[in-house]
Write a protein that binds this ligand. Structure first.
Ligand SMILES: [Zn+2]
Length: 160
């Protein structure tokens, strides 16, 4: 009878798993403190994870750019939308001040986090999180059209 499988293929592992599970449950019933400790550890772990996920993002009290900031963003961009696609900069005039790093994600309402976009590209960007590549490309483009005395460096953190 050697080699005879008592169960269809796959069943042996399932049965083994159920045995281990049953032994664990029996062990926990025989050792209540261990069972209580396991439940407490699980609950504490769940609470820590929940608290971590629910932590609020620090946001700037100033939600939107002021008229002065918007006009300055427009001026330094040469009154042209700062959006670029495949090396072609949008030809539409700017005028909509956009948080490069979204305000809702903790981006500050400062000139360092502001770009001038046209309506279409402002809507298209929305709360999209810019990657490092996006920011590097924007900074590089700005060296060509920003006034010489204005830095095109992007920074979205709370000013020190
Ligand atoms: Zn545009």
């Amino acid at each position: 009878m050697s080699g005879f499988a008592a169960y269809p293929v796959g069943m042996e592992n399932t049965t083994e798993f159920l045995n281990v599970l049953r032994n664990m449950i029996v062990f926990l019933f025989e050792h209540p403190p261990v069972a209580v400790a396991a439940v407490v550890a699980f609950l504490v772990g769940t609470l820590i994870i929940a608290a971590h996920r629910a932590r609020p993002i620090a946001k700037d009290e100033l939600r939107g750019f002021t008229t002065t900031m918007r006009q300055e963003a427009k001026r330094r961009a040469g009154d042209r939308c700062e959006h670029s696609y495949l090396g072609f900069r949008c030809r539409t005039p700017g005028g909509h001040a956009d948080h490069i790093y979204p305000w809702s994600k903790g981006g500050w309402t400062t000139m360092e986090n502001c770009q001038s976009l046209c309506v279409k590209h402002n809507l298209q960007k929305s709360a999209h999180l810019p990657g490092k590549y996006y920011i590097n490309r924007l900074e590089a483009r700005r060296r060509r059209y920003f006034p010489a005395n204005v830095s095109g460096k992007v920074d979205w953190k709370k000013p020190a």
